[in-house]
Write a protein that binds this ligand. Structure first.
Ligand SMILES: Nc1ncnc2c1ncn2[C@@H]1O[C@H](COP(=O)(O)OP(=O)(O)OP(=O)(O)O)[C@@H](O)[C@H]1O
Ligand SMILES: [Mg+2]
Length: 156
């Protein structure tokens, strides 16, 4: 099954998972969509991955600015949040996301369901759900062949 599910009982567990993920994507990059309700832990995961990659800037939620980018690690990281995107912006975002899906970079997109367009095909989808208190369930899925290696790597 091209899927990997991990329960993280604490933020520290999420940190370990993020470190593992960072190692797997740091060489070739990846296009990642994060799903899950408000406060689930999408931004928290991106922040922990960024820190594992050695990003020194503070990683904040891009909900108001749509895109944050970080260039202090060995691979550039782009972090989109489409939650507050206006209607006019939605029209152009699909092309933009396509641009950010190729080349050696890591692109995270929160609330990609708001893009209302076709997403770049080769991607990893992460679905975050609440369990209780500080417990979260992170579910990873590869869309397309290219990222199966990452899912397999998470299982090791
Ligand atoms: N095990 C855990 N994994 C991830 N986050 C956790 C965990 N336990 C507690 N948290 C906390 O849950 C909160 C998750 O908030 P976060 O901003 O990541 O949510 P989000 O999914 O990005 O929401 P939004 O849709 O508003 O952007 C953070 O305050 C984080 O510290
Ligand atoms: Mg967020």
């Amino acid at each position: 099954m091209n899927k990997f599910v991990q329960k993280c009982k604490t933020l520290d567990d999420t940190k370990s998972l993020a470190e593992k993920f960072a190692k797997l994507v740091e060489s070739d990059g990846c296009f990642v969509n994060l799903f899950g309700e408000i406060g689930a832990g999408k931004t928290a995961f991106v922040r922990l991955v960024a820190q594992s990659l050695g990003i020194v800037e503070k990683v904040t939620s891009p909900s108001f600015v749509i895109l944050n980018e970080y260039h202090s690690a060995s691979i550039p990281v782009y972090h989109f949040d489409l939650y507050r995107l206006e209607h006019a912006g939605i029209k152009t975002i699909t092309d933009e996301l396509r641009e950010y899906s190729s080349g050696r970079k890591i692109t995270f997109v929160e609330w990609a369901e708001f893009s209302q367009g076709e997403l770049p095909f080769e991607r990893i989808e992460i679905n975050v759900t609440y369990d209780d208190d500080d417990s979260r369930i992170y579910e990873f899925k590869s869309v397309g062949e290219k990222n199966i290696r990452i899912i397999e790597g998470l299982k090791q």
